[in-house]
Design a protein around this ligand. Structure first.
Ligand SMILES: [Zn+2]
Ligand SMILES: [Zn+2]
Length: 247
């Protein structure tokens, strides 16, 4: 298979043993993004980048990951200027007239208060998610590209263990826009088949896992079910950490 610098992360992810290669790609991107945000490059000391993180803030998951990273001072500095900016914007929003008791607005609902609009908008933003999403779209498009260009990749794709339900949807929904008509049908059919086969395989492993917790099956072999729960978490909820932490 031909390898270009931008196809490496995709080829690596598909070469690994996992219940969703796209989760693998996402996880690597996430590690890079956390590193970029708070790691040795200290991107947060650059004015334009800091302006972005001040404005966007961070989602709950990435706040936790940033907190786990051993750079508490860097995180404190980023949080402080983010909080400065948020307080400034909220003080502006607070100047709008206060909401009235709901009973006065029985017929038509009262306008949404700027405080609520501001916080709701903020909840949708995250500097780390944003950084990941830029590359993630390119990664997904590279999967389509490799499928169209490389016979070896088509085989590897078909032989994969399938995908989590979320990334199955991502691959399914993007294909018609990105792929030419020569391979689109074949890709979607192969995608459906690999997904459902992998999904039902893990479902069967889970069934056996449940049986094995029943004393009547105590003497039976475990087959492939020891880590069925961790793999089930990947298929159902893209929780890759569980698969990694399996005993
Ligand atoms: Zn996934
Ligand atoms: Zn995030």
């Amino acid at each position: 298979m031909k390898t270009e610098i931008y196809t490496i992360p995709i080829q690596d992810a598909f070469a690994e043993e996992s219940e969703c290669p796209v989760c693998r790609m996402y996880q690597k991107l996430e590690e890079n993004a956390i590193n970029y945000t708070i790691g040795p490059g200290a991107s947060y000391m650059e004015g334009d980048i800091r302006e972005q993180s001040d404005e966007q803030g961070f989602c709950q998951k990435h706040l936790e990951m940033l907190y786990e990273y051993p750079n508490k001072l860097g995180l404190a500095m980023m949080l402080k200027t983010h909080m400065d900016k948020t307080a400034k914007e909220l003080k502006k929003a607070m100047k709008a007239p206060l909401p009235q008791a709901a009973v006065l607005f029985k017929k038509k609902s009262q306008p949404v208060h700027p405080v609520i609009t501001f916080v709701e908008e903020k909840e949708k933003k995250c500097f780390v998610c944003d950084y990941i999403n830029h590359s993630f779209t390119n990664y997904i498009n590279t999967i389509y590209y490799l499928y169209e260009k490389e016979e070896d990749f088509r085989k590897q794709f078909a032989a994969s263990k399938g995908f989590c339900v979320n990334h199955y949807k991502v691959l399914f929904s993007g294909a018609p826009e990105y792929m030419g008509k020569k391979y689109l049908n074949e890709f979607l059919m192969t995608l459906n088949e690999t997904f459902i086969n992998g999904y039902e395989r893990v479902r069967d492993d889970l069934e056996w896992f449940i049986c094995k917790n029943d004393y009547r099956y105590k003497e039976q072999p475990w087959k492939n079910a020891r880590d069925a729960l961790q793999r089930g978490l990947v298929k159902a909820g893209s929780i890759m950490e569980a698969e990694e932490k399996k005993e």
